[in-house]
Design a protein around this ligand. Structure first.
Ligand SMILES: [Ca+2]
Length: 199
């Protein structure tokens, strides 16, 4: 009986350690998110959103044409080649995934490069490329970049190619529950030993 309860407790600990994902930042680049009207017009900005996340955009080199639509609401974040969009998720203790939607300008090519930094933006790692292809002007695609990165994380999007893209509906998620503790792992090891001796 005692063994049964120990097993249940260990199982509960392991499940709780892996299951909880909390959204730490999300934006649709609308005025209701704290973005000024007109940020869909390729403007550089540095904005603290209503949820305290900090979003920074640079202006790149534009090519092709863009009809100005948004996936949700009236605005999106518009990016020419070499421009960057960063979101600072400091204080979240980590970033697991970033979900984002994008569409390309007419004739745009190359990659959307998504990376993370844990040293305040000095260096970036976990580089993931998303090919810029598909329909232009209303051909929105949904993507997920996976990081599983602990610490104070900055996520950066860079447009590397020709033309440009627009972003909308970006969500940064964090696993705020600590990894299974060494105590729990030792407990599992001990349990295995007990079960072995019982045979
Ligand atoms: Ca929007």
């Amino acid at each position: 009986m005692k063994l049964k309860y120990t097993l249940a407790a260990l199982a509960a600990t392991t499940l709780a350690s892996n299951a909880v994902i909390t959204v730490v930042a999300t934006t649709s680049f609308e005025t209701s998110d704290n973005f000024a009207s007109g940020n869909n017009q390729s403007t550089a900005y540095n904005i603290t959103a209503t949820d305290s996340s900090v979003w920074t955009s640079t202006v790149g080199t534009f090519g092709g044409t863009w009809a100005g639509q948004a996936l949700t609401g009236a605005q999106s974040s518009v990016h020419g080649n070499t421009s960057t969009l960063t979101v600072n998720a400091a204080g979240s203790d980590g970033v697991t995934t970033v979900d984002f939607s994008w569409e390309r300008f007419t004739a745009s090519t190359g990659n959307i490069v998504v990376e993370s930094s844990t040293d305040g933006g000095a260096t970036f790692a976990n580089t993931q490329n998303f090919a810029i292809a598909g329909a232009a002007g209303g051909g929105w695609a949904a993507e997920t970049a996976t990081f599983n990165q602990t610490g104070d994380v900055i996520v950066r999007f860079t447009i590397a190619g020709t033309g440009g893209v627009s972003f909308d509906d970006i969500t940064v998620s964090a696993d705020v529950v600590p990894e299974p503790s060494s105590t729990a792992l030792l407990g599992l090891g001990g349990l295995a030993l007990i079960l072995r001796r019982r045979k």
